[in-house]
Design a protein around this ligand. Structure first.
Ligand SMILES: C[S@@+](CC[C@H](N)C(=O)[O-])C[C@H]1O[C@@H](n2cnc3c(N)ncnc32)[C@H](O)[C@@H]1O
Length: 390
């Protein structure tokens, strides 16, 4: 095979790339692309200390605030700065997807495929002391890791986490209830209300976990399971009925989320780190986990459903970012095209920050693609939508 000499990838993966119209040469740089870290806001003065700790020079990224690149061989997980929560390990392309959301103070944000939480933490850091973030993921163990990350970085105050299927999730931001309560103050509350979250799970919850056994992925029909909420996430003081209340489309137009991130499940073929893992796991497993044709067909439907449901919870004038770490047209531009056909209130938006990004335009106007050769980052596709009134 022509690429075999310069691309350290198995034939099956090269064939997958070719079948999807992707040039395998984008992977020639995977051994030399830098690693990236994001500094915790407020730790800017610790830069020299972090450099000494990691024993390398950090290069500031001009196009992405608080991001730095470092040589690929540097391991950050054992460093003091990482243990003490002064830095995050997150690829620059992931940072770009969050930047595209244009988070503003007071925003109520939904992150529909949130685990393990690198982007969720960045959203919370950008929000600061106002608004809220709702993180959803179908994988209980991955979302539990996300909760640990919130605790490590002391970011849980304004966040709530639900184990739920993002294609059917329908819980609205807490803002709706606080607005309503301030208009209806004096009304007497009935039923049990959520008190401050505690890591000691109540008897009922423990019984449910036992019933669910070791199942780590919830089904579509499984009701959303709240596994964490911060004191200012809008949950404390609500009744269960209020939390799970469903609104009409008209109500969501006004009271839905300001920003939605759909960082969808995908084949991860653009993710350099993911592909490199197969070198240790054995290239044989790549076939089952990434390239299997049935799986990729199902993924297209899942991505479209996640995008459609995320959009249904967005308020009018809000913005939604759709991203995947696949570079195939089927999981990106095709999903975008189909979604626009099916949703007349959806409009693609320009991503203002993208003019400074080291990436290429997608095959669909206003969409963007990072790949390791062009961008010196992991691969990522990004598109941004808004909801209009028609
Ligand atoms: C690309 S990862 C998300 C990465 C995450 N946004 C971050 O920055 O750390 C995709 C996630 O989607 C989750 N997922 C897959 N199917 C889902 C579904 N139906 N509903 C919600 N989450 C889903 C997976 O468990 C996985 O954690």
């Amino acid at each position: 095979m022509e690429y075999a000499a310069k691309v350290p990838l198995p034939d099956a993966f090269v064939q997958f790339l070719e079948a999807n119209g992707l040039d395998p040469s984008i992977y020639t740089a995977i051994d030399s692309i830098p690693r990236y870290i994001r500094l915790k806001p407020g730790c800017e003065a610790c830069l020299e200390e972090v450099e000494a700790d990691l024993k390398c020079k950090l290069e500031k990224l001009e196009w992405l605030p608080l991001f730095y690149s470092l040589p690929p061989q540097i391991q950050i997980a054992g460093s003091r700065a990482y243990r003490e929560g002064k830095i995050y390990g997150i690829d620059a392309s992931s940072g770009a997807a969050v930047l595209a959301l244009n988070i503003s103070p007071g925003d109520h944000v939904l992150d529909l495929c949130a685990a393990p939480g690198a982007k969720l933490c960045m959203i919370l850091d950008l929000l600061g002391g106002s608004g809220s973030v709702t993180g959803v993921d179908v994988a209980r163990h991955r979302l539990a890791a996300c909760r640990t990350m919130l605790q490590k970085y002391a970011l849980g105050d304004r966040c709530r986490l639900f184990v739920a299927d993002g294609t059917t999730f329908s819980i609205i931001p807490g803002r709706f209830h606080s607005d309503r309560k301030s208009c209806e103050s004096g009304l007497e509350e009935t039923g049990d209300v959520f008190k401050e979250w505690t890591s000691r799970r109540p008897w009922k919850e423990r019984k449910m976990a036992k019933k669910n056994g070791t199942a780590q992925l919830v089904s579509k029909s499984h009701p959303p399971e709240l596994i964490y909420y911060g004191p200012h996430s809008g949950v404390v003081g609500l009744t269960k009925r209020e939390l799970y209340m469903i609104l009409s489309d008209d109500e969501i137009a006004n009271h839905g989320y300001d920003k939605v991130l759909v960082d969808a499940e995908c084949t991860h073929d653009g993710s350099v780190k993911h592909i490199q893992k197969f070198e240790q796991w054995g290239w044989g497993t790549l076939q089952d986990r990434v390239l299997d044709a049935d799986r990729t067909d199902n993924l297209y439907a899942l991505q479209l459903n996640l995008l459609t449901n995320g959009f249904s919870l967005l308020k009018v004038g809000g913005s939604l970012v759709y991203s995947t770490c696949s570079l195939t047209v089927a999981q990106n531009e095709d999903v975008v095209e189909q979604f626009l056909k099916e949703n007349e209130t959806a409009e693609l938006m320009e991503i203002d920050a993208a003019k400074n990004w080291p990436c290429k335009g997608g095959c669909f106007p206003k969409t963007w693609r990072f790949d390791s050769l062009t961008s010196q980052t992991s691969g990522l596709f990004v598109a941004k939508f808004t909801k209009v009134v028609i």
